[in-house]
Design a protein around this ligand. Structure first.
Ligand code: HMG
Ligand code: MG
Length: 323
């Protein structure tokens, strides 16, 4: 059975080649940046609600240093209690051999290694150079291969760096190629500070396509300047079919000052639904999952589509609120 590159699993019967898969990163990218403490059982309830919405891929947590990212210090407990659903796979960030041992104990299905196209961001984020990050990945990727686990690679700052400014497209193409050559099954292009615009997305995607690399890429846009959906459309037009997004637009990176959350899953679903492009996720149930975490965080979710759909009325709401 040939794997569908969008899921890493078997063919997706209900999706055509024009349809997309969303990687829901709210539980990881979203919650890593929250100042308030989210209890483990609430994270698990949030993930269950996302699973109920029909997601095929959810990034659940990160096996990173709890001193650096205390918000995800309960990664082991979260990963041990993930819901089981047909066709649903979970990912977690795995930065080094120590993270790999933790991930391995939980049996999570996909590991994500992460580096960047700019040196300064990489130093701030993972305390090493780009070259050193690849040396760390060798063991993680070899371990994944030995266990039959799929590996996703992130290339952060793929268009703009918060410290170095506009990142040369050639630098991003180089890191993407190295991640794939190192054994990653897929590379997610992190637009970490959300400053990229559609023309820059076209430029990057066409450079990757001309090197034969784009078919293995997902896009991961942050929405700081409100460009997330426009950038996703530009990437879709270039042939990208895997889109990272977070419930309600949660998110940000502690090492990208001022960066807002990811492009909201609701915004992408609303756009793709309007285009007749299927993602296999129920928008009303997605809104219900975001509502649930909004109640926990006690702050409004930034997503435009989420807020519009909430304002539309309460009569069709699944009752997912937690007391
Ligand atoms: P380091 O300090 O260079 O590592 O951190 P170290 O090996 O010297 O270890 C230092 C301490 O951390 C030791 O503890 C280790 O045991 C511990 P001590 O002896 O001091 O008590 N340690 C760990 N503990 C648990 N799990 C581990 C682990 N590793 C070390 N895996 C390291 C290097 C990479 C670990 C650290 O810098 C780190 O965890 N960084 C993670 C930063 C992070 O999570 N950033 C956000 C995610 S990336 C992102 O958001 C971008 C993305 O969304 C895409 C985009 O938007 O662009 C993906
Ligand atoms: Mg991110």
């Amino acid at each position: 059975m040939t794997a569908d590159p969008r899921t890493g699993a078997g063919p997706v019967a209900d999706l055509t080649d024009d349809d997309v898969v969303i990687v829901e990163v709210g539980p990881r990218d979203g919650l890593q940046n929250e100042s308030s403490h989210v209890p483990t059982e609430r994270k698990i309830a949030f993930i269950e609600a996302l699973a109920d919405a029909g997601h095929r891929r959810i990034e659940a947590t990160a096996f990173v240093s709890p001193k650096v990212i205390p918000q995800l210090a309960d990664a082991d407990a979260v990963a041990a209690h993930l819901p089981v659903r047909d066709g649903l796979r979970f990912t977690a960030l795995v930065p080094n051999a120590q993270g790999m041992e933790r991930a391995r104990r939980t049996g999570i299905q996909e590991w994500a290694v992460f580096t960047a196209a700019s040196e300064t961001f990489n130093q701030k984020n993972i305390n090493c150079s780009i070259d050193e990050s690849f040396s760390r990945f060798v063991d993680v990727i070899a371990g994944a291969r030995a266990d039959g686990i799929r590996v996703r690679g992130y290339c952060s700052t793929s268009i703009h760096c918060p410290y170095e400014g506009r990142v040369p497209t050639s630098a991003t193409v180089d890191v993407v190629r190295r991640l794939l050559e190192a054994g990653c099954n897929e590379v997610s292009l992190g637009e970490t500070i959300g400053k990229g615009t559609p023309g820059q997305v076209h430029e990057l995607c066409s450079a990757l396509a001309s090197e034969g690399l784009l078919s293995a890429c997902a896009v991961h846009f942050h929405d700081t300047y409100g460009m997330g959906a426009a950038n996703a459309l530009a990437a879709y037009d270039e042939g990208v079919r895997i889109f990272d997004a977070s419930a309600g637009g949660l998110g940000g990176c502690p090492y990208a000052p001022g960066a807002a959350g990811n492009t909201a899953t609701e915004d992408l679903l609303f756009m793709f639904n309007g285009m007749g492009v299927k993602a296999g996720v129920d928008l009303d149930k997605q809104v219900a999952a975001s509502r649930l975490i909004e109640h926990v965080l006690k702050r409004p979710m930034p997503s435009n589509a989420y807020r519009a759909l909430e304002a539309r009325g309460k009569k069709r709401r699944p009752n997912l609120e937690m007391s």
